[in-house]
Design a protein around this ligand. Structure first.
Ligand code: DX5
Ligand code: ZN
Length: 226
């Protein structure tokens, strides 16, 4: 079992073969979590799957689930993902009405509670409530599709969150998602990320476990000892 200590590598099954999900999950046993992108074709212009599919992934995966909800009305749906056993459930700040109340509900069910922000969304309002969340996801592409280019202009937000988290002695995990590869992961690690989602960089490799190890090494090299 991976220990889930940083740097954590969470492969995104958006880049996997949906028809062979069980064997795809077995290719990433060295991952810390499996990142599950739920899209509703409203919050983002793409559609993936919902609770029925994620329930089967939960039953099949040797690795715990990190669910990323790119959906409207997370108040209605996010608790269902916690109830089905996902270790971590992240909803978007832009879509939530009462983000702190929703995070508390997710924690009460037993999941880690995460909040995500799109590249243009400010994080200033999160600084005072960091400890209400177990994870903050700074999107490094516009959510909706895999295989896009990493946006370095999102890095100052990560530095801000990281500095504030350290100042407060917070245990919150800082996650990045989008365009993470061996050539971009160092920048994100240097800015303070400790949890890395990678879709095409892992599933596009002929040896996903080797790709995970390479990403983890590269992130470790750029992580500052605080
Ligand atoms: C994008 C998703 C990502 C996506 C990342 O909206 O949230 O998780 O799978 O894919 P890559 O790593 O290929 O950019
Ligand atoms: Zn994602």
């Amino acid at each position: 079992m991976p220990p889930h200590d940083a740097p954590r590598i969470n492969p995104s099954i958006l880049a996997a073969d949906f028809v062979n999900m069980q064997s795809e999950l077995e290719r990433i046993e060295s991952a810390d979590f499996v990142h599950v992108d739920v899209m509703d074709n409203h919050f983002v212009p793409n559609l993936t799957f919902g609770t029925q599919m994620v329930e089967r992934i939960q039953a099949t995966s040797p690795v715990p689930l990190d669910v990323h909800l790119m959906i409207d009305d997370p108040e209605r749906w996010a608790p269902d993902y916690a109830e089905l056993g996902a270790a971590s459930v992240t909803f978007h700040l832009e879509a939530a009405t009462e983000p702190v109340a929703l995070a508390r509900r997710l924690r009460a069910i037993g999941a880690r509670a995460g909040v995500a922000v799109k590249p243009a969304t400010d994080v200033a309002n999160l600084l005072d409530v960091l400890d209400e969340f177990d994870q903050i996801l700074v999107m490094t592409v516009e959510p909706g599709f895999g295989g896009q280019s990493f946006m370095p202009e999102t890095m100052p937000k990560l530095s801000l969150l990281s500095t504030e988290a350290r100042r407060r002695g917070s245990q919150v995990w800082l996650q990045v998602d989008g365009g993470i590869s061996e050539s971009t992961i160092g920048q994100a690690a240097a800015a303070g990320a400790d949890t890395f989602v990678a879709g095409s960089a892992v599933f596009g490799s002929s040896d996903p476990d080797a790709a995970i190890a390479a990403l983890r090494n590269q992130a470790r090299k750029h992580t500052h000892a605080h």
